[in-house]
Design a protein around this ligand. Structure first.
Ligand SMILES: Nc1ncnc2c1ncn2[C@@H]1O[C@H](COP(=O)(O)OP(=O)(O)OP(=O)(O)O)[C@@H](O)[C@H]1O
Ligand SMILES: [Mg+2]
Length: 482
């Protein structure tokens, strides 16, 4: 391979057709003296040689004669080789000078004198490392093992995205279990009920995180007390989830005060009784009553069996995975539960009563209200709630969230508009995201951002011996078992 040209941070290399095949995302280095230019392959094209079309046409015309072509000087293969040359399109990632990667150094290797080599996995591992003592093995990269440090997710915003069935949830489970093994506490909002099997290994035995794994089923072993949720949270639920009119909200605040004064403690039953008796306009009463009854029908609120989240979290001294199983809950129920959970967690964190928490949210747009996104990525993150969003519908996550993302795991996307949307994220140049992500096979992803020291890396995510339960239940498969 030889350096051919450079325009901006796009570098073209000329390669012979028989050279070792490259994959998008591979790293090459142009070595000249003690410095090296680090290049990431994003595409391979045919070299457009001058007169190429004319040559091809001439060849087409003389195809039948070609077996009898006279080649007295034996240059045929050389010419064919030239015509078949490839252009490797690569992105310039910086100059390796001494130990580190420098993007500020204006240096170019000699076109003729430099040597192009494949970068070693060790070099990439070294350059992409951000330091830390808790390695998580993500998978394979360029023949080596790629690890990132758990510290890369601490205090950060992470997004895992890609089209359906590319391996996003699998990766999320890998991160969740690895973080828990290092003692982190993680709350998972599990919309498909697929994180409930993490305590079981594929062979049926108990997994390494079995002792740290707690599944909360809303309405069953996960309930909340109205009083504990507080007036603010309940008002948010009434307003944002149940679309209660303003007049009824004002009446509700009065009602809350009355029940508190008379009974000493607010309960859902108390509120419903009071709403039935209190003097108010019939339409307001009706509006309030119907909302209170739908809160009641979720069976999530209970004064007697309320779950003590603070205690549950603090009991998990060596780390834990709390899976909130939302798979059996109807959409409005999910919103109510999530609204309660987030407001509870953020008040516990704000008051310093629990340690920081990682929050894994799958398809969060299905249960997170609009106004919560900004809150989650700014205010709540500062108090110690570190989100990991997983989605196959990237445009459902507001653009501002992408801009603030520290880490992105990008799986395959074929849809241009999805890629366009993601490439607006500040930490990746859109060319890399588009060309690489479009060609990624399932289970491969492009890692972007702080976790890889801003050196985009394509990795094949490793397998996990856990029951990951990501498979879609299939009709015909079920039939075959019978
Ligand atoms: N790296 C991997 N090694 C082994 N199996 C994997 C890997 N990645 C994914 N799988 C398997 O492939 C299937 C699909 O993966 P997964 O559920 O993670 O996809 P997804 O991107 O979350 O899909 P969806 O968008 O439908 O939620 C699952 O059965 C999962 O166990
Ligand atoms: Mg999934």
């Amino acid at each position: 391979m030889k350096l051919l040209s450079k325009s901006g941070d796009l570098v073209e290399l000329l390669a012979a057709p028989d050279e070792k095949p490259l994959q998008r995302g591979d790293y090459l280095q142009a070595v000249d003296g003690r410095r090296r230019l680090l290049l990431q392959v994003i595409d391979v094209d045919y070299a457009e040689l001058p007169g190429g079309l004319e040559d091809a046409l001439r060849e087409l015309g003389s195809e039948e004669l070609s077996t009898r072509l006279i080649d007295p000087y034996g240059v045929g293969s050389l010419v064919a080789g030239l015509r078949d040359a490839r252009i490797v399109v690569a992105k310039l990632r910086g100059v390796v000078d001494g130990d580190g990667l420098r993007s500020d150094l204006l240096w170019l290797p000699s076109k003729l004198g430099s040597r192009i080599e494949h970068a070693s996995p060790e070099l990439i591992a070294e350059l992409s490392s951000i330091g830390g003592r808790r390695p998580i093995v993500i998978g394979e990269c360029m023949g080596g093992i790629l690890t990132v440090n758990a510290e890369a997710f601490d205090g950060r915003l992470t997004i895992i995205t890609g089209k359906k069935e590319t391996g996003k949830s699998h990766l999320a489970k890998l991160l969740v279990t690895s973080l828990a093994e290092y003692g982190a506490k993680i709350v998972v909002l599990d919309i498909n009920g697929e994180y409930v099997g993490l305590s079981t290994r594929l062979d049926g035995g108990r997994s390494g995180v079995a002792d740290k794994h707690l599944v909360l089923n809303p309405g069953e072993n996960f309930k909340a007390s109205i009083e504990d949720a507080g007036l603010g949270t309940i008002l948010d639920i009434l307003q944002h989830v149940l679309n209660t009119p303003a007049a009824s909200l004002r009446e509700f605040i009065r009602l809350w005060g009355t029940v508190k004064r008379v009974k000493g403690r607010v309960s859902l039953r108390g509120l419903i009784e009071a709403a039935g008796r209190a003097q108010m306009h019939e339409s307001v009463r009706e509006a309030l009553m119907s909302r209170l009854l739908s809160l009641n029908s979720t069976q999530f609120f209970s004064e007697e069996e309320a779950t003590n989240l603070e205690e549950t979290l603090n009991n998990m001294e060596d780390g834990g995975i709390i899976v909130v199983n939302l798979s059996k809950t109807i959409p409005s129920g999910r919103r109510i539960i999530v609204e309660y959970l987030l407001s509870k967690l953020s008040s516990l964190l704000r008051e310093g009563r629990v340690d920081p928490i990682f929050l894994v949210a799958e398809e969060a747009h299905l249960y997170l209200r609009e106004t919560y996104w900004d809150d989650l990525v700014t205010r709540m993150r500062h108090t110690g709630l570190f989100p990991i969003f997983v989605t196959n519908q990237p445009d459902m996550i507001p653009e501002t969230v992408y801009r603030q993302a520290d880490n992105i795991f990008l799986f395959n996307f074929t849809n241009e508009s999805d890629l366009e949307y993601i490439s607006k994220a500040s930490r990746v140049d859109s060319e890399t995201a588009k060309r690489i992500a479009k060609a990624l096979p399932p289970r491969y992803c492009l890692m972007i951002g702080r976790m890889v020291n801003d050196l985009p890396i394509v990795v094949k995510v490793r397998e996990m011996p856990l029951k990951t339960m990501g498979e879609t239940r299939l009709f015909f498969k079920l039939r075959e078992r019978v």
